[in-house]
Design a protein around this ligand. Structure first.
Ligand SMILES: [Zn+2]
Length: 582
């Protein structure tokens, strides 16, 4: 927010026509004072600026803003030349197009401008910011610097941060994507990431009749600090909301799963963010946040054939919030779900909006979604667009949606607790025993602890007996207990017990990577290669830096007649082994 305001000040300094540029800068310091975003947008509309000044204000109302570029000449004296010169109109126009992520449109305006006026600060700024959106950071930095737009916290700071964070990155290209990643471990993500995104692109083209031309850049960053620098979110916002990826500035920025203790669903996340980009283009950046997020969530698993859009946890959150009257409102969702006060609120908001989309599809079929976006692109307000596409008043739709949230049956495991994303460098994360605390029954916890003691001494049979007593009491829903019980069973030759426990545990926690890896261990032993591969790929979707996943895939792929894949996975397995074990 402050970044955006300082940015406004910096741009105002650049873009004011020379004739109205105040010699001292009272307007700029006013612009730099942090004020609530909503008030600011109103304030701008009340005034009568000398030229089109609220670049990006439209987007700002809707979502995490591409930037609040209020190129604010608000105190510029009207008497001294209210007429803008054509170049400045073009500069503002180009910046506004970029704020709406229309890079091709901006290029068409900005490039000729700079060609015609190579020394003009406004033209340099416009092309400099365009270069930022093209990931040509060196040029972006030097053009914006020479435009004299100033510092701190502007597009210039952002271009410098992007240049620094991506310095030394390795690049890898597919038909429609360029992946830029830190050298080392992250290489193991690339083939999976590219496959996911290409599939998602196809799926969205089928569903919405549109796919962006050209290649999109995906930048993988090492940690929360880097993600903050390249997205303009704060570290606190990222941690609080659990944000792991952002699509903005014409690129997709993805936090490496290595920054989280147990990884995260990074392939679905990449597909989700890419969906945002497609939606933004298709709707001309006119979809409000609830619809953007609802659709991104709805489509995020289409690369793998789609399925249940609601996790058990989020389904439970919705039910609870409906009963307590604590649903996240559309207003609270602005400007971004990344700014909600907790991961629970963010998860709840996602669940609400995806249920709105689910209801729309139930009412009018899947084609309704593309129709809504088209209507918005043609200038219809979201409410009107939804009402028109559904053929019912928007208020009636809201009522129907609310009833849907109450009536929809919970998926299995819906009463299970929300598992927070745990960032590796977060001192508040719960420690090794946090997961065992999930066991709801004190006696069972006692048996489990005894099992742990036996396991630590290598007494696997005794460990299996104790874990088994705990399992007997609480069943398969606590993943760490099921997992340890199954491991002890595997160690003591009780393969059938292990297989049964793991399968049951996965029915409660279908995404838990260790359960998949350990089941795959058993399947490799049984030479059931296809099933082994499938479970390893499921684990990889969550925790791709576990070397056992890749070593297992190497074996399975070799057995399934894919020597290329096998040797790649073997190499990945080696890359991931701890130092000294390679
Ligand atoms: Zn999203």
């Amino acid at each position: 927010m402050i970044a955006a305001l300082l940015m406004a000040a910096a741009l105002a300094a650049t873009l004011l026509p020379a004739s109205v540029r105040p010699s001292t800068a009272p307007a700029l310091s006013a612009g730099a004072a942090p004020r609530p975003r909503s008030r600011r947008a109103q304030g701008e509309r009340e005034r009568d600026p000398p030229f089109a000044l609220s670049v990006g204000a439209r987007s700002e109302r809707k979502r995490d803003p591409p930037f609040a570029l209020s190129v604010g000449a608000r105190s510029a004296p009207k008497s001294k030349g209210a007429e803008p010169v054509p170049e400045q109109v073009d500069v503002v126009h180009a910046l506004r197009l970029l704020a709406d992520e229309d890079v091709d449109g901006a290029r068409a305006v900005a490039e000729p401008l700079l060609a015609k006026h190579p020394g003009d600060p406004g033209a340099k700024l416009a092309v400099g910011v365009l270069r930022l959106f093209e990931q040509r950071y060196d040029e972006a930095v030097s053009l914006i610097e020479s435009a004299g737009a100033g510092e701190p916290a502007s597009y210039l700071a952002l271009a410098r941060a992007a240049r620094e964070v991506t310095k030394g990155h390795v690049r890898s290209e597919s038909e429609h994507f360029v992946v830029s990643h830190p050298p080392g471990k992250d290489e193991v993500l690339v083939p999976y990431l590219v496959d996911t995104l290409e599939r998602q692109r196809d799926a969205l083209e089928r569903a919405l009749g549109y796919a962006p031309p050209g290649k999109l850049t995906v930048e993988i960053v090492n940690d929360v600090k880097e993600l903050a620098r390249v997205t303009t979110l704060t570290e606190a916002e990222i941690r609080t909301s659990g944000t792991v990826a952002v699509c903005k500035f014409n690129k997709l920025m993805l936090l490496s799963p290595k920054a989280l203790l147990k990884g995260y669903d990074w392939q679905d996340t990449a597909a989700h963010e890419y969906t945002h980009l497609v939606l933004t283009r298709k709707s001309r950046n006119e979809a409000p946040i609830w619809l953007q997020e609802g659709l991104a969530k709805w489509f995020e698993d289409d690369w793998r054939g789609g399925g249940e859009p609601l996790s058990p946890v989020s389904a439970a959150l919705v039910k609870d919030a409906v009963q307590k009257g604590t649903l996240v409102t559309f207003d609270e969702m602005h400007p971004s779900l990344a700014k909600l006060p907790s991961q629970e609120r963010a998860a709840l908001a996602y669940a609400e909006v995806v249920l709105a989309v689910e209801k729309m599809v139930q009412l009018a079929g899947p084609a309704v979604l593309g129709k809504v976006l088209d209507l918005e692109a043609r200038g219809k307000d979201a409410k009107d667009a939804v009402a028109t596409a559904l053929g019912m008043p928007f208020d009636s739709f809201l009522e129907t949606w609310k009833r849907h949230m109450v009536a929809r049956p919970l998926p299995k495991g819906g009463d299970h607790e929300l598992r927070k994303l745990r960032f590796k460098d977060d001192p508040k994360q719960g420690g090794a025993w946090a997961e065992w605390a999930e066991i709801p029954d004190e006696k069972a916890r006692g048996f489990a602890r005894l099992g742990e003691v036996m396991r630590a001494r290598g007494r696997w049979s005794a460990a299996r007996v104790e874990y088994g007593k705990a399992f007997e009491r609480v069943g398969a829903r606590v993943p760490i207990l099921s997992d340890q019980y199954a491991l002890a069973a595997l160690q003591t030759g009780a393969d059938d017990v292990a297989a049964k426990v793991l399968a049951e545990a996965l029915s409660w926690n279908p995404d838990h990577p260790a359960l998949h890896v350990h089941l795959a261990r058993l399947l490799v032993k049984r030479q059931d290669w296809k099933a082994a591969r499938d479970h390893l790929l499921l684990a990889n979707r969550q925790d791709p830096f576990d070397p056992e996943i890749h070593a297992g895939l190497a074996k399975a792929l070799a057995a399934l007649g894919d020597p290329g894949g096998a040797s790649r996975e073997e190499r990945f397995g080696r890359i991931l082994l701890p130092e000294g074990h390679r």
